[in-house]
Design a binder for this molecule. Structure first.
Ligand code: ADP
Length: 365
């Protein structure tokens, strides 16, 4: 026979189990009665509300006063009381006394028994801080919108040019015009290829799967190769590509792939944001490595923009920047690669005078 004492002990054990169960949850749990007064809460609730204690039997509004994305107060009592089935919401914000705010995930489940006074019905509210997820979602949306916008322009130009070339071939067969049209198409396709390259490097960098393959780099050869590769592009804009090479340069031990990619990003930008003058690729011996510098005589970067150029999607508002295609990803990717090879970047720039991006690449072996 089960004695009263045993029953009480079992109930106590059951209660302890439930208490430790809800206290072990990472999400805040608050139970309220029919009048939406607080009946019970767990430890995580203290963290979400940033308080040391929560007063029982007080309305939930003493604790929870969320706002919506438009900064408008949300009538939480009505929201809870109208929950006839479990509902969830991911669009609420919680504001703290210091003005900071978090994005909240909230689920409200009506429960029939147990939580109200004398065990009538009530609601179990679960809250979670989803600020990070929300900001990742926003970043992803922005990413998709920027990338699709940037892809659309070169594709539209290339498509227009090709159909133009077809039209000319049919009508006049004027080879010079067809060639000029194809040349423009070619440069747009090259831009697309660069961009896809940036995106794929970025995705690998963000997944942390990029490997650094250290090998001896002949800096002379690398700089010569780069200057040769960009000659046509620079000439098309009437720019000169110059090289300044330290005769003392020795083999550099680093990732050739990433060093080249970083320099290419600087050179592409230097050509892109320079209307007249030159782009100089320089390499100097430095203690334990090589210091590269890409100088241009271009539009320059305003003081206020200089600390942002390595941010994801940042593009200067300057109309001359906006004239050129771009995603604002090149320097962001560059910074990721720079960290991988333990290099250091420095930027000197003056508006309307030009910019110098310097990178010190250390020997890794
Ligand atoms: P994108 O060139 O695609 O816009 P980047 O990440 O390569 O993106 O560069 C970010 C921004 O930094 C550019 O939009 C431009 O405003 C500025 N910038 C970078 N390099 C130069 C440069 N050499 N001269 C002037 N502005 C530059």
């Amino acid at each position: 026979m089960v004695t009263k004492k045993q029953t009480a002990a079992n109930e106590h054990l059951e209660h302890e189990r439930l208490t430790s169960l809800i206290n072990s949850m990472a999400d805040a749990v608050i139970a309220v009665d029919e009048k939406v007064n607080i009946v019970m809460y767990n430890g995580a609730a203290l963290n979400v509300f940033d308080v040391n204690t929560i007063t029982i039997n007080k309305p939930i509004t003493t604790l929870l006063n969320p706002i919506d994305a438009e900064n408008q107060a949300v009538d939480i009592i009505t929201m809870i009381q109208s929950a006839k089935v479990p509902i969830t919401n991911r669009d609420l914000l919680l504001k703290y006394a210091d003005g900071s705010r978090i994005n909240l995930y909230m689920s409200i489940a009506p429960v029939r028994l147990g939580y109200g006074e004398k065990g009538q019905k009530g609601y179990v509210i679960l809250l979670r801080d989803i600020t990070r997820e929300k900001s990742l979602e926003e970043e992803r949306d922005e990413f998709i919108s920027v990338v699709s916008h940037e892809l659309r322009t070169p594709i539209a130009i290339a498509e227009g040019n090709i159909s133009n070339a077809e039209f000319i071939a049919d009508k006049t067969g004027d080879l010079a015009t067809i060639r000029a049209t194809l040349k423009e198409t070619h440069s747009q396709i090259l831009f697309l290829a660069d961009m896809i390259n940036d995106l794929s490097t970025l995705s690998r960098a963000e997944r942390g799967v990029l490997q650094v393959n250290v090998e001896p780099i002949n800096v002379h050869d690398l700089v010569k190769e780069l200057s040769h590769n960009y000659e046509t592009q620079a000439e098309a804009k009437g720019l000169q590509i110059k090289t300044v090479l330290d005769p003392q340069l020795e083999l550099l031990q680093s990732s050739k792939l990433y060093t080249r990619e970083i320099l290419q990003n600087f050179i592409t930008n230097a050509i892109k944001y320079t209307e007249k003058g030159s782009v100089t690729i320089e390499a100097q011996t430095a203690p334990k490595g090589v210091r590269f510098a890409i100088h241009d005589t271009g539009i320059g970067i305003a003081k206020g923009d200089q600390h942002q150029v390595f941010d994801k999607f940042f593009r200067s508002e300057d109309y001359r920047t906006r004239k050129a295609n771009g995603t604002g990803l090149g320097l962001y990717v560059t910074m990721k690669l720079t960290r991988l090879i333990h290099a250091e970047i420095d930027l000197q720039s003056e508006l309307n005078k030009g910019s110098t991006f310097t990178i010190f690449v250390p020997n890794l072996a």
